[in-house]
Design a protein around this ligand. Sequence first.
Ligand code: G6P
Length: 358
Amino acid sequence: MQKEIHEQPRAVADTLEAVIDGGIDVEGLFGEGATAALRDASAVLVLASGTSYYAGLVARFWMESIAKLPCGVELGHEYRYRDSIPDPRQLVVTISQSGETLDTLEALKRAKQLGHANTLSICNVRESAIPRASRFRYYTRAGMEIGVASTKAFTTQLVSLFTLTLAIAKAKGRLDAAAEAAAIEQLRFVPGSIQHALNLEPQIQGWAERFAAREHALFLGRGLHYPVALEGALKLKEISYIHAEAYAAGELKHGPLALVDSSMPVVVIAPNDALLEKVKSNMQEVSARGGELYVFADLDSHFTESEGVHVIRTPRHMGSLSPIVHAIPVQLLAYHTALRRGTDVDKPRNLAKSVTVE
Ligand code: G6P
């Protein structure tokens, strides 16, 4: 897992290679007929499971703010068994690292039965079942991922979903040449920023020593960083077996605040985005109950350490791409906490890398 975490600058650079070199060439990237399908899409419906589902939750923000297209995100196993109102003009996007997850594959089949012809798969394994069953496909280039807890597959999914967002915007005439060039310039910096985040490892190891002695943890984030909080909690529970839950920070007062006392570490993803002041007031709610805060904040967030407030500075704020960079420290925190607890990081109990049963 540690090797795979550290491969992320390379994996993301490889996944972005075609975009950096050739721009948003919609047909070249997504396949013949993609321009018309993306141009005519009335909405996006993302279907996925686990970490891939969290990638979809990040993409929802991008789809609605950049491509200006409504976007729903649903767990495959929920979607396949409920009545839904199909819209044949919706683009159905499945996200799967393995391409074999039964819940996602069956959800895709269900969408097709309901009349969805425009299906697009984002996948790390060529010719696996989900991309084969999709009209369009886009392969992440993470290389083989062996650790059960997904790391480099997640960040390569995110840059692929950002690319898809730009492609939809372009197909719809909502991305002019200057905006496309600016977005590609932003993407060019991502591998370097990931490396910068990886360099925080020694500081995160210090936090992990404290986490290893705990049995519960809360993760908070808002907006684009709420899915990063979800992913951080998932990583921690998957490999260290610490009970971790994530909340959109505004939800704290509606229940989880009752759990906060001095024995509950609270991890906050708090970069300098539009919601920072809101997050800061949520953090005060934690401090007032004696909770200990562990804050990942970028250079522009202006946090200072104080009693019960620990801060690790992440790279300079990356705008919309910030969740990609903030995925790294939560992976490292889970990894080092698990290592200190002596669990089998690569093969956690009760879990499988590819879940091909229901
Ligand atoms: C399993 C893995 C997770 C993964 C999920 C979805 O539960 O342990 O790491 O996120 O399946 O897998 P997929 O291959 O569809 O992305």
